[in-house]
Design a protein around this ligand. Sequence first.
Ligand code: PLP
Length: 394
Amino acid sequence: MQPEPKSKQGKATQIIHNRRHRDSFGSPYSPIYNTTTYRFADTASLQEVVEGHTSGNLYTRWGSNPTIQELEQGLARLEGAEDALAFASGMAAISATLFAHGRHGIVCVGDLYGGTQELLTKHLEPLGIPVTFLLKHEPEQLAEALNKPGMLVYCESPANPTLSILDLKKLAQQAHAKGALLAVDNTFASPVNQRPLALGADLSLHSASKFLGGHSDITAGAVMASADRIQPIALWRKNLGQIIAPETAALLSRSLRTLPLRVRQHNENAMAVARAMEAHPAIKQVLYPGLPDFAGHSLAAQQMDGFGGVLTIELKGGRELAVKVADNLSVFLLATSLGGVESLVSQPCATSHYGINQEERERRGITDSMLRLSVGLEDAQDLIADLEQALSQL
Ligand code: PLP
C-alpha cells in the first residue's frame, strides 16, 4: 500500500471519503470484488506480477483484492498508520502478529483477553516461544524480562475485563530502549478514542468483530503499523490462510463510516450507566476509566479522547448474585462480545476468561461476582432502568 499523505481533515471526513470510487454508473462506493483469482492476458504479464516487476492482483488469500485493500486503507487512516492488514478474526490478527514479531520472546503486561492468554500458554509456549506475564508495568520487572534484543511487549489498554489502563508512552519508551517492539490490542478503546501508534507503540491490533464492525454481525480483525512491520505479518497471514472474505471486508468498510459517530454515543451512554451503577447500593465497585475514582482515570484522560463503551460492575455478593442479575436483564442481552449497537452483559469468569483457571483469575482481580457490560446505542435511561429492575429483584 502507498503511504497515505498526512491529512488535515478529521477522522469522520477521512473515513467517509475513503478512496471514493468513481465508475461510469456514478456509484460513490466501490463494488465488491468477490473473486478468488485474476485473469491475465498472457503468461509474460502474469510473470511480471509474480516476480514483482509490475504491481497487480494475483490471488485473494495473499491479500491482493481491491475490496480488502480499500478497507485496509481506511483502517490505516483511522489509526494514522502507514499500513494495515485485515483478517478473518481478531485472533487471526493477534496470532499472525505474535508469530511474525514475537519469536524471540513475548512479555505480556497487564490483563489480557482470555483467548489471547490461551493462545500464548497453550500454543506459543509449547512451540518454544518464551512468554512472560507481568501483572502490571513495573519498570524493573520489565527490564529483567526483556533480556535479549528483538522481543515483543504485548498489552491491552483498557484491558479486558478490568478496564485497567497502562501508560503506553512509558511502555513504548522502555520497550524501545531494550530493542523490543510494543504491540497494543486497541479493541476496547477503538481508534476513535485511542491511537497507540501516536503514543509510541509499533503495532495496534483490533478484534474488528467489536466496535469497528459495530453491529455484532462481522467477525474480523486488523493490525495497523508501519509498512516494514506489516510486511512479515502479511506473510504469516498468507501462509496461515487468515484473509478476511471480500464480502465481510465491504461490510466492515461500511461500518467504519459510522465509527466516529457510534463511538461518541457509546462513550456517552457508558458514562451515564457507570455513574448510575456507582451510586447503587448493591454494587461493590464500577470499573470504568471515565469515573474520577477509577485507578487509571487520569492516565486514561491523558492518552484517550474518550473512555469507551465497556464497563465492569462487581456486585456485593458471589457468583449466584451476578448470575441472577444477568438473567434478570432484558434490554441487555446475555451474550459474550462487545462493541455492537445492542447492549450486552456477560460474566467474564464464564465467558471471555473461562479458559483461565480460577487461581489466575483471582490473581488478576477478576472475580466471580463481576459482570461486564458492553453499553450499546439504546437510550441510556432504558439501559439504566433495565439494570435497576434487575438489581431490585435480588
Ligand atoms: N481482543 C480482545 C480485547 C477481545 O475482547 C477479543 C474477543 O473478545 C479478541 C481480541 C478476539 O477477537 P475475535 O473474537 O474477533 O477473534
